[in-house]
Design a protein. Structure first.
Length: 247
């Protein structure tokens, strides 16, 4: 059985890492290149980079910045935000990413997931789902879609996604714990890996998420002190979470 994965997330706007609460009131958290390198060096299993303004600004992700981050990493790298077609996805992968994440564009045109899987391989396609109250939201959590989260996750798998990145908007940035009920429901509905996102505040929160999902995304609890990642891994192991040995 694969080890659970601990994955720092860089939400990026205007070339800087930002973090808010429930997708609102974004605060500057630093340089994505330096933070990405710090997390890679500190033992992260993977890194996720989300250009949180790309879709809202109707533009592609910044390939040059993605390439600069990728140059500093020795771990798998997922990039999302502004990817609307297979050519755009290929550009991101050529810039150094290992996987691409799609959200709003796939909600607008679900066939995109299959096109990306055919072009890049299902293992490189992550369906990012932002959820509140059991409903899927698009455009960085600003637009309700009417789709139910569990059903959309099933559809993403059927269309060819190789992984689900599930973010609870209600829990995002609160550091009050993940939405375990939602995460467990999605994980039970699909056979592909699920990454729990939104709400990490303590090692116990992360351990709880890893009991119902295959990976946990972390952001707020690390950005001001990236070196804490090493200690977090130690705490998780002490709680019985079987993490891989960090390089």
């Amino acid at each position: 059985m694969p080890f659970p994965r601990l994955i720092p997330c860089l939400d990026v706007a205007a070339g800087r890492v930002v973090k808010g609460v429930k997708f609102q009131n974004l605060r500057d958290q630093g340089d994505p290149v330096e933070l990405g390198a710090a997390y890679s060096d500190a033992g992260a299993d993977e890194l996720v980079f989300l250009d949180v303004k790309a879709t809202l600004q109707n533009r592609p992700a910044t390939v040059a910045l993605v390439a600069r981050v990728a140059e500093r990493l020795s771990i798998p790298f997922t990039v999302g935000g502004g990817i609307g077609d297979a050519d755009g996805a290929a550009d991101i992968l050529r810039s150094g990413a290992d996987k691409i994440a799609v959200n709003s564009a796939a909600l607008a045109r679900p066939a995109l997931i299959g096109e990306l899987a055919a072009r890049c391989g299902s293992q490189a396609v992550v369906a990012a789902i932002d959820s509140a109250g059991g409903e899927v939201f698009s455009h960085a959590g600003t637009r309700p879609t009417g789709r139910r989260t569990v059903e959309w996750a099933r559809e993403c798998q059927r269309l060819g996604a190789g992984e689900i990145l599930l973010t609870s908007i209600d829990a995002d940035g609160t550091q009050a714990g993940y939405d375990l009920e939602l995460t467990a429901a999605v994980a039970a509905a699909v056979t592909i890996p699920v990454i729990a996102s939104g709400g990490a505040g303590t090692a116990a929160d992360v351990a709880a998420a890893m009991r119902v999902a295959q990976a946990a995304l972390v952001a707020s609890i690390l950005h001001e002190q990236p070196s804490r990642l090493h200690g977090l891994r130690t705490e998780l192991r002490a709680m019985g979470v079987p993490l891989r040995d960090a390089a």
